[in-house]
Design a binder for this molecule. Structure first.
Ligand code: COA
Ligand code: ZN
Length: 308
């Protein structure tokens, strides 16, 4: 199995959208520049959503303007037609589209039932491909393991939506444990249903660490062949429409885990920890990442010498 793992850093979007403090465009640009300097190649840069709904993502056009000359891949979330118009006008190179397994969550989040959002996506994808040359499109399926309103979700619902999203032209689909309720056994079950899927290599998993299970879930998924994971530096994040959802799994913890297993990530842990320190001063609250909070002076693994 491949020893290469793709990390999609979602701190600047999934992370910051849930912070009390709204960062300026200048700070968001610097944040992303720091993330790519540490070696992250895929970063979610922001979202073209309503600034009334999510003021933290206001002027994502300005953020794109500040990073568009960098070579890394920056995606921007597009919830509807209006969002796509903004993405086209800004000439972004990657977008993500959004749905969920839960109708109630989707309704609260983007004002559409799951079915309605799939209809919108079916319309958005070809338009995006026509107007934005070589655009990369990522699909999100939120609440795949559980919804704050509807409770447990059926894994088959995720499989069906995932197939729809690939059929509509998505290049990658991220399955989200939006409120962090997945147990490793649930992850196993989900992956079991997807193992023979022809798009298996293009499936990402997106864990939140609400119950402290995110890293175990990642390890479980790794063992079963998943090679794309979403994470946010410092464990930033959550979701404003999902009460009780704590942050995303922390990027530095994922990288530490992966390096210890000999996976190549191309990311510098030292640089990540520096950026965690920096973003903490900007959001004006303590981060939750345990690796960061332990302030390691040396990033060694117990019994195996120093981390390089
Ligand atoms: N970008 C900017 N503004 C937008 C927009 C977009 N993509 N889509 C809608 N708007 C504006 C409309 O112009 C309108 O503005 P007005 O009140 O000044 O006239 C207002 O938002 C309401 O528009 P409406 O079409 O009635 O949508 P809504 O109120 O049902 O909101 C969304 C729908 C999708 C725009 C809104 O719920 C949203 O942005 N949600 C995003 C949530 C999110 O980012 N979640 C992240 C995943 S956890
Ligand atoms: Zn999330």
């Amino acid at each position: 199995m491949s020893k290469k793992v793709k990390i999609v850093e979602v701190g600047p979007r999934d992370g910051l959208q849930n912070e009390m403090k709204t960062l300026s465009v200048t700070d968001r640009v610097e944040f992303i520049q720091r993330l790519v300097k540490s070696g992250l190649k895929f970063v979610e840069g922001g979202s073209f959503v309503s600034p009334k709904a999510i003021p933290q993502m206001m002027d994502s056009e300005g953020v794109w303007e500040g990073i568009k000359n960098l070579k890394e891949d920056f995606s921007f979330l597009v919830p509807n037609e209006r969002g796509l118009e903004r993405a086209i006008f800004a000439k972004v190179k990657s977008i993500s589209v959004f749905t969920a397994t839960s109708n109630e969550f989707n309704q609260k989040n983007i004002g559409m039932s799951v079915k309605e959002s799939l209809t919108v996506i079916k319309d958005l994808v070809p338009k995006a491909k026509e107007k934005l040359k070589k655009v990369r499109i990522r699909g999100y399926i939120s609440t795949a393991f559980g919804c704050p309103y509807e409770g447990p979700q059926k894994p088959h619902a995720t499989v069906k939506i995932l197939n729809d999203l690939f059929r509509m032209g998505c290049d990658e689909v991220s399955i989200g444990d939006t409120i962090g309720v997945a147990h490793p056994e649930d992850v196993k079950k989900m992956i079991g249903l997807l193992r023979r899927n022809k798009h298996f290599k293009k499936i990402a998993l997106h864990f939140h660490d609400t119950r402290g299970m995110a890293l175990v879930n990642i390890k479980t998924a790794l063992d079963l062949g998943i090679r794309i994971f979403d994470s946010a530096i410092g464990g930033l994040g959550g979701c404003p429409y999902a009460t009780g959802s704590s942050g995303n799994v922390a990027t530095e913890e994922v990288i530490w885990l992966l390096k210890g297993y000999g996976f190549s990530t191309g990311v510098s842990l030292e640089d990540l920890l520096e950026t965690s320190k920096w973003i903490e001063t900007k959001i004006e609250r303590r981060l939750r990442s345990k690796l960061y909070l332990s302030q390691p002076k040396r990033l060694f693994y117990g019994g195996r010498g120093r981390e390089s």
